[in-house]
Design a protein. Structure first.
Length: 214
């Protein structure tokens, strides 16, 4: 049978577990756990996305911007509202603290950023409502909220083996763990290899950890 939707995936998992009807309520949990593993291990071009936000100059701290809810790691930040869309330089939290200490109350065109929890901090503090473009690595859209996603379309085997692997401890089927793990590892390694070959020139989707002082 085809495995192209969330419903079809759940049916396939049940079939591979010898039609265990008592696992109907547990299979969605196995899929959620598999997705957590995917988000840790996959490095695919499809995980990169672009988002825009506008600085809220009316906020108490306009230098802080909330990151997207599916954010994992940043690839690039630019001021899309400025001519030429200049890129912002990533700096460490310690460097940002030094900037704030050495140049207190400075406002202007942001040139630097750092990641702080679920927020991005800009320096200098924005003097106006700039539009910020973020290109970042995003979590895989959860199937619990979507009938399908790019990963299920590209690699239904990853989802199937991932869910089956998560089922093994629950049903005490330790003999199958290595089988499901081998299938999952093969799928993940294949996806990462293809993505690397396609995007090698673009470099890894990760923030740099150093930057010059302003």
């Amino acid at each position: 049978m085809a495995i192209s939707t969330y419903s079809e995936l759940q049916t396939a998992v049940a079939n591979w577990l010898a039609g265990r009807t008592d696992l109907t309520d547990r299979i969605p949990e196995f899929i959620v756990l598999a997705e957590a593993e995917f988000n840790r291990e996959l490095r695919c071009a499809q995980m990169e996305t672009r988002s825009y936000t506008t600085v809220n100059t009316a906020a108490t701290e306009p230098e802080f911007i909330s990151l997207p809810g599916d954010f994992q790691t940043m690839r690039r930040v630019r001021l899309s509202s400025e001519t030429g869309k200049p890129a912002l330089e990533f700096v460490s939290a310690q460097q940002m603290d030094s900037f704030r200490y050495d140049r207190a109350n400075v406002t202007g065109v942001p040139g630097y950023y750092t990641i702080f929890g679920t927020e991005m901090e800009l320096f200098p503090t924005p003097a106006q409502a700039y539009t910020i473009e973020m290109i970042y690595r995003a979590n895989i859209p959860a199937l619990a909220s979507n009938s399908t996603n790019w990963l299920l379309t590209a690699a239904p085997d990853a989802y199937l083996y991932g869910a089956l692997l998560e089922s093994a401890p629950y049903i005490n089927d330790d003999q199958r763990i290595n089988v499901w793990l081998t299938g999952l590892r093969t799928a993940i390694e294949g996806l990462n290899r293809v993505s690397f070959e396609q995007t090698f020139a673009a470099g890894p989707a990760a923030v740099r950890i150093e930057g010059p002082t302003p």
